[in-house]
Design a protein around this ligand. Structure first.
Ligand SMILES: [Fe+2]
Length: 204
């Protein structure tokens, strides 16, 4: 196991275990096992590594660890071939730390790092897993069905219930988030309408 992955896991475990919102959503798993990673590059990985303003604030050490691990990560292409812009495909970045394709596995939860540069929209989407976004650096506006929009900065979190449509928009700064999935994490995300399944969506 690469020491950089272990260092990143230890660092995020410390943050997770010290945060009541994260622990209430899902305790940090006690069944973690190692697994091999096949690195897969996308342009967003380069943007993350070159984002000199990202590593600041209370989670600076984790952000630096994410940037260090980025070349070894298997970056996802969840929305390639879907109805999204080429810019979104190039600039939105996500890789798994705990779960399929990541360096660690657990039956209790999945964990991801999600990166978006400034002035980018992550379109409305949904998935069967319950989800908690935890902002590590920067800021973004979070939209979810039947709720007012909220702006998260470092230490802020946003919960998405199973299949609740949600979206994210960055303004003048990039954002890096730690994202935890609970329960039905065997099925991925799909694009959707903001009012899928309900009539109370917040639109942007
Ligand atoms: Fe999500």
């Amino acid at each position: 196991m690469n020491d950089q992955w272990t260092a990143l896991l230890d660092a995020i475990q410390n943050v997770h275990s010290a945060d009541a919102t994260l622990c209430n959503f899902c305790p940090f798993p006690d069944d973690i096992t190692h697994q091999p990673v096949a690195p897969f590059h996308i342009p967003s990985s380069d943007l993350l590594q070159q984002d000199v303003g990202l590593a600041q604030g209370p989670f600076k050490h984790i952000i630096t660890a994410v940037q260090t691990a980025a070349p070894m990560a298997h970056w996802r292409q969840t929305y390639r071939g879907k109805n999204v812009s080429e810019r979104f495909l190039d600039e939105f970045g996500c890789f798994c730390l705990i779960g399929t394709g990541g360096p660690f596995s657990s039956a209790q939860m999945n964990a991801w790092f999600v990166y978006m540069p400034a002035n980018l929209t992550y379109p409305w989407h949904q998935h069967p897993a319950a989800e908690l976004y935890y902002c590590l650096s920067g800021s973004a506006d979070f939209f979810k069905q039947s709720n007012p929009a909220v702006t998260l900065t470092a230490g802020g979190s946003c919960y998405h219930s199973p299949n609740q449509p949600h979206a994210m928009v960055t303004q003048s700064s990039s954002v890096l988030a730690y994202v935890v999935w609970r329960d039905q994490f065997d099925q991925g995300a799909r694009l959707c309408a903001p009012d899928d399944g309900d009539s109370g969506a917040t639109r942007f």
